[in-house]
Design a protein around this ligand. Structure first.
Ligand SMILES: [Mn+2]
Length: 284
């Protein structure tokens, strides 16, 4: 066998470590069963992995390289279609195992509902955990089109696990009136922008934090390939600067959701998502 003839194992670039030696476990949760507008997020993990070979392992933003950290890429979870209950349970059990092994889970959705399964496990490990949430939507509805387990309700379900004043949202610019009114009483939300992020980072210095990024927080011109595009979002530079700020915190779990590759005719949104996954992992 020629020495360069390697077995075909596709991981995210630079993430070829064994599970036992890894500090971070990257995995995909390919589910988009409650997506109300444009489905396809279940293909995101595979697309991000494949396209990751088009980016560098080195980040000039953070002056760090993926070769400086130890990441195990666990591939895509084998999830069923439709009923979200068993899907969330499988994600929960996976993340439970990862946190029990004292490793940090980094999940690639999928639609945003997948966050609930991962967060439940992280929350059991770290009962004082807070959530930092970037999204065009607050996802605080109690139910959406008759479903309580929906991408539009995911932060409301997370709130049921941890209670008031522990969810911090940025970039929110779409939702119904009731959702905004409910949010004012129970969570912290900065609408449209993320100017107060530094203050919140300071406030959360002593807490473990779960960090969830719905990529539709970005302007739909910057990131069009997503389930529910919303105009008027933040720029890529703002997102990178925000991730750098959050890197000062004790992040005990993270996810990135809502890339929908079938809507990515140019490939640019997937390439952007690859950079966000890299920056996210380097910030931990
Ligand atoms: Mn969203």
């Amino acid at each position: 066998m020629w020495k360069e003839m390697l077995k075909n194992i596709e991981t995210f670039i630079g993430c070829g470590h064994n599970y036992s030696e890894a500090d971070i476990v990257l995995f995909g949760a390919p589910y988009d069963g409650t997506t109300s507008n444009r489905p396809g997020a279940r293909f995101a993990g595979k697309a991000i992995r494949a396209e990751s070979f088009g980016i560098e392992t080195y980040s000039p933003y953070q002056d760090k390289d993926l070769s400086d950290i130890k990441v195990y890429d666990g591939g895509e979870l084998d999830l069923s279609f439709g009923d979200p209950g068993p899907v969330l349970d499988k994600i929960y059990r996976y993340v439970k195992a990862v946190t029990n092994d004292m490793k940090i889970p980094v999940m690639m959705g999928g639609e945003h509902l997948v966050t609930l399964g991962a967060f439940k496990a992280v929350c059991e490990k770290h009962p004082d955990v807070c959530i930092i949430h970037f999204d065009a939507h607050s996802d605080l509805r109690d139910e959406y089109i008759g479903q309580t387990l929906s991408h539009a309700c995911v932060l409301r379900r997370c709130h049921e696990l941890i209670g008031d004043n522990r969810i911090f949202q940025f970039g929110v610019r779409s939702g119904d009136r009731e959702e905004f009114i409910w949010g004012k009483k129970h969570v912290y939300t900065e609408n449209f922008t993320m100017d107060t992020l530094s203050e919140i980072v300071k406030k959360l210095e002593k807490n473990p934090v779960y960090f969830t990024i719905d990529l539709d927080v970005l302007d739909s011109g910057v990131f069009p390939a997503t389930g529910t595009p919303e105009a008027g979002g933040i720029s890529f530079k703002e997102l990178i600067a925000a991730i750098e700020k959050i890197s000062k915190l004790n992040i005990v779990g993270a996810d990135i959701c809502e890339l929908s590759p079938p809507y990515d005719s140019s490939g640019a949104s997937t390439a952007l998502a690859c950079k966000v996954v890299r920056e996210l992992m380097l910030s931990l």
